[in-house]
Design a protein around this ligand. Structure first.
Ligand code: GLN
Length: 399
């Protein structure tokens, strides 16, 4: 029926343009916002997490060759068989996992797709989902859109560790799923064995599925070894493990992810993937298959290089007078504003830092849905020495 009055027309327009409230009410992600601000102001961008380095040349060359000489039509929906084989071999070599490439591995367009797909596939409206704050900004909107009811566990600096009390408050008989990020962005910490065991105990006790975003698994320092939650006793059949070539090879724009799960879960994950992205560029997939097979030394040198950058930047921050929180993994290191004598909140300070001093960072409060920690600021150190030194030169004037 046509609207008859101006009021009816307005009402109809409002109704038509009332978009999904979860997405309509979201701000643009902090990463995009800070990168834009860095471009506008000519700031050194240590906000959004991406390396300066273009990535391993041989892997890029493989991709270029595959674009020119290879298959550019739809690859199989589950991913190129050669990549699924390479993923299985890679995780057997580095993490002792025994994954069946045919039924337990799927290639996705980045880890974010894998997470979105897992949440869409596994959550029934009303299911409770345990989330850990600080949480990656995509998690909560995706959980809510899937109909999940979030139950937050808040982790606190400087250790950001799990406690039995906090888990007991968040888990309930309605817990369906836990979304867990280890190593943890933005805290830059690696959960210890005791924390993993505690979480496994709660997942098993509540018959919950663990969706593990382990994209930083290779980016860990000081001789640490990554322990996938999936490898803990009782977790193999209830864990969805997610990895990302973008993080492993430092080419964050590639958006080639992989998801590993036992067959009954994988069958459902595949249904979500088939209507989300369906497939991922085949040329990038074959280059990633090649890259995952690189010798051990490439992976240890990659870590060593990042660790050197971390050490250089950490020493520089300390020399500027900032109090630094330990960085055990990821591309990130945090400063404690309050302990550094800065009484502004992180969001305001990050704005001032980029506008007045020319350094972009990420306020950690952006990773909270409630009761935000507002005294911690994140920097990305995965940069050339010259970039880090230019930032430090500017940061020296702050305190
Ligand atoms: N993972 C990146 C970070 O934490 C950001 C990715 C993005 O910009 N969406 O900085």
């Amino acid at each position: 029926m046509e609207p008859r009055t101006a009021l009816e027309t307005a009402a109809r327009l409002i109704y038509r343009f009332l978009m999904n409230s979860i997405f309509a009410n979201l701000p643009t992600t902090i990463f995009e916002t800070m990168s834009l601000l860095a471009r506008e102001t000519g700031a050194v961008n240590l906000g959004q997490g991406f390396p300066d380095d273009p990535g391993p040349e041989d892997v890029r060359r493989k991709a270029a060759e595959a674009v020119m000489d290879g298959w550019n039509q739809y690859p199989p929906m589950m991913g190129l068989p050669e990549l699924r084989q390479a993923v299985a071999a890679h995780y057997a070599r580095f993490q002792g996992l025994d994954l069946d490439p045919a039924g337990e591995i799927m290639v996705t367009s980045g880890a974010t797709e894998a997470i979105a797909g897992a949440l869409m596939a596994l959550i029934e409206p009303g299911d409770e989902v345990v989330l850990f704050q600080p949480l990656y900004d995509a998690y909560l909107p995706l959980v809510l859109r899937a109909g999940g009811v979030p139950r937050f566990v808040s982790l606190e600096p400087p250790h950001w560790n799990l406690t039995k009390e906090a888990l007991a408050r968040a888990f309930s008989p309605r817990t369906k799923l836990v979304l867990f990020n280890n190593p943890l962005n933005p805290a830059a910490t690696v959960f210890c064995d005791a924390d993993l065991a505690l979480l496994a105990e709660f997942c098993i006790g509540h018959d919950a599925i663990a969706v593990c975003d382990e994209v930083w698994e290779h980016v860990i320092f000081d001789g640490r070894a990554h322990k996938p939650l999936m490898a803990l006793p009782g977790m193999r059949e209830r864990t969805v493990k997610i990895g990302s070539a973008g993080k492993i090879f430092g080419m964050t724009g590639w958006k080639v992810g992989f998801v590993m799960a036992p067959p009954p879960l994988m069958r459902v994950l595949a249904k979500a993937h088939q209507f989300l992205t369906f497939t991922t560029p085949p040329n990038l997939q074959s280059a990633v298959a090649y890259g995952l097979g690189k010798e051990d030394s490439w992976f240890s040198e990659m870590r060593a290089g990042l660790q050197r950058s971390r050490d250089r930047f950490e020493a520089g921050l300390k020399a500027c007078g900032f109090v630094v929180l330990p960085s055990e993994g990821t591309y990130f290191i945090n400063i404690d504003l309050a302990a550094s004598g800065i009484n502004e909140d992180d969001a305001g300070f990050a704005q001032r830092l980029v506008r007045e001093f020319g350094v972009a960072s990420i306020p950690v409060s952006a990773f909270y849905a409630q009761d935000a920690v507002t005294t911690v600021l994140r920097f990305c150190f995965a940069k050339h020495d010259a970039t880090l030194d230019a930032a430090l030169e500017r940061l020296r004037r702050v305190l």
